[in-house]
Design a protein around this ligand. Structure first.
Ligand SMILES: Nc1ncnc2c1ncn2[C@@H]1O[C@H](COP(=O)(O)OP(=O)(O)OP(=O)(O)O)[C@@H](O)[C@H]1O
Length: 249
């Protein structure tokens, strides 16, 4: 098992923004963490990693920071790159939890991460001089270079063009197929339905659904949690999801 959460709660003041969530992540899974703005997705991931105070138990939260970083890579929503490093140098920072291994396995992991994200030709560019979407892809490559079995990513595909969004979801699928696991929050329910093996739906701090996309994205759930009406069909080309209108709150 890659991650186990047992009655995890995150309090902001007296108010639980994550409310008694129990769930687990196994090897091979690509879990889409979905839910409206403010539902508690970021707080759940940060609580699971032990980055913010939480009640209950997360299998990752007790680990020391280096051991935790070897077990799980964390890709936060904020994407600011502060230093004028080259793309290759920035991706190599993902190797820090493995000590000084810039030769051999470390260098190979950096190359592989650049290749997977299609960034080979960017390797010598100054990271701060890239566009927002390009920087986002470099930070995903840094997380891949970490070679942690589990990746937790907070809206990693927001702001990427359609090809980069699909390519990133395919990179995550490949990571899961290779025996790892990914939990990623995202607002694009179409991409979530097409690429994720499982969806966790959060609403007002609670995990209100956990299952395969076609089991989870029911008309009732879309109305009650997302306040939308949508087309959702399984087609020969896979699941196709199109939001149609809001239902009001
Ligand atoms: N530092 C903070 N102090 C107080 N309340 C906070 C803080 N951070 C988040 N919250 C509250 O916790 C709740 C959950 O926020 P969180 O960022 O986990 O939601 P989210 O599902 O990731 O939302 P989004 O889709 O908008 O990124 C929200 O109601 C938010 O206002």
């Amino acid at each position: 098992m890659m991650l186990e959460l047992d009655n995890l709660s995150v309090l902001r003041g007296q108010c639980p923004v994550v409310d008694s969530v129990s769930a687990q992540v196994d090897a091979g899974e690509l879990i889409g963490l979905i839910g409206p703005n403010g539902a508690g997705k970021t707080s759940l991931m940060r609580g699971a990693l032990g980055l913010i105070a939480a009640r209950g138990r997360s299998s990752l939260a007790g680990l020391d920071p280096m051991a935790r970083a070897r077990a799980a890579a964390w890709l936060p929503q904020a994407r600011e790159i502060a230093w004028g490093l080259s793309v290759a140098e920035l991706v190599a920072l993902g190797r820090l939890p493995h000590g000084r291994d810039t030769q051999g396995a470390g260098a190979a992991a950096v190359e592989e991460a650049l290749r997977r994200m299609g960034l080979e030709t960017y390797r010598d560019r100054t990271a701060t001089h890239l566009s927002g979407g390009e920087q986002a892809q470099v930070l995903i490559a840094r997380a891949l270079a970490q070679e942690s079995p589990l990746i937790l990513a907070d809206e990693p595909i927001a702001g990427l063009d359609p090809a980069a969004q699909i390519a990133t979801m395919e990179v995550f699928e490949a990571h899961a197929r290779a025996g790892g696991a990914v939990v990623t929050s995202l607002h694009d329910l179409g991409l979530a339905a097409r690429h994720c093996t499982r969806l966790w739906v959060m609403d007002r701090g609670r995990l209100v659904a956990d299952g395969k996309p076609q089991e989870v994205l029911t008309e009732q759930l879309l109305a009650e949690v997302f306040h939308i009406r949508a087309h959702f069909r399984i087609t020969p080309e896979g699941p196709v999801f199109q939001p149609l209108s809001t239902l009001g709150i």
